[in-house]
Design a protein around this ligand. Structure first.
Ligand SMILES: NC(=O)c1ccc[n+]([C@@H]2O[C@H](COP(=O)([O-])OP(=O)(O)OC[C@H]3O[C@@H](n4cnc5c(N)ncnc54)[C@H](O)[C@@H]3O)[C@@H](O)[C@H]2O)c1
Length: 252
């Protein structure tokens, strides 16, 4: 597989290691300084691009790859309100796009358990209050995390009475859909609490709390390698395909 890495930060470097370990060719590396080189000439012969950049740059990067006929795996978070536009473009052009807010196998198993748990909770009435907490390193540029949003969406789809989410993110200025105080969270919204500390790669906890007990679904990533490996496996899966894919397709 001939790959391009777009975004040569923490994830891009880890992805490069895994691509090489698995015998793939890294034909192009694009970062902020040479972003102008992301064009048809430089993408010539590339089978798949792995895009892990920033919320401000992901859309244009992915669009350029699709317009150049190159398959894209992206895991950049914090911009996905525009993902549907690119999925439509991909289908129109017969291209290939794989997006996941989290490429870790364990997190994707948690997504499934989360949907099942929300459906079960819907059957036991409204004894339990639900909230989500996500903890990440201080350099993270978006809040809440894409993974926490996916968890919230899984609950909204399966738990009657929940229609949206808000972010309680003390001290995080760029948080989306933010409430100033936890008490401001409307009853039909799931509160996502965001915490930024140290070098934490990612901890997600879904908590259901009643007057009598607490039930938690918790996942902690121990290192970035699992994320990069998932992205490379997704790229191998995508190679030679057309269409729009996500982790559920890969796990099948
Ligand atoms: N889906 C997942 O499993 C997963 C896992 C980890 C991180 N992420 C997300 O991936 C993104 C990157 O994470 P990271 O930890 O590598 O961040 P990072 O800050 O270490 O790296 C981002 C890189 O993108 C580069 N960049 C900025 N503008 C660019 C442009 N126009 N073209 C190309 N490169 C550009 C930056 O210079 C930087 O090197 C974030 O959105 C993060 O939330 C997703």
């Amino acid at each position: 597989m001939k790959a391009a890495i777009i975004g040569y930060g923490k994830m891009g470097r880890e992805i490069e290691r895994i691509l090489k370990e698995r015998g793939h060719d890294v034909a192009l590396i694009i970062d902020q300084e040479n972003a102008g080189e992301l064009d048809a000439a430089h993408l010539e012969g590339v089978d798949v691009a792995l895009e892990f950049t920033t919320p401000a740059t992901a859309y244009d990067n992915i669009r350029t790859c699709l317009e150049c006929g190159v398959a894209v795996v992206s895991g950049t978070t914090g911009w996905t309100d525009r993902l549907a536009e690119l999925q439509t473009l991909c289908r129109e052009r017969g291209g290939a796009l794989f997006y996941a807010s989290n490429f870790c196998l364990g997190v994707n198993l948690m997504f499934r358990l989360n949907r099942q748990l929300a459906a079960l909770m819907g059957r036991v009435g409204d004894n339990y209050q639900v909230h989500i907490e996500e903890v990440h390193h201080t350099q993270k540029k978006d809040a809440p995390s894409g993974t926490a949003i996916t968890l919230a969406e899984g609950i909204i789809e399966n738990l009657p009475g929940k229609a949206g989410w808000v972010n309680f993110a003390p001290g995080i200025e760029h948080a989306a859909n933010r409430v100033e105080h936890s008490e401001d969270t409307p009853a039909d919204c799931i509160e996502i609490r965001s915490v930024r500390e140290g070098m934490v790669p990612g901890i997600h906890t879904v908590t259901y709390e009643s007057e009598d007990d607490i039930l938690e679904l918790r996942h902690e990533i121990k290192n970035r390698r699992t994320l990069a490996q998932g992205a490379v496996v997704a790229a191998e899966f995508l190679c030679g395909k057309q269409g729009v894919y996500g982790m559920d397709d890969l796990l099948k």
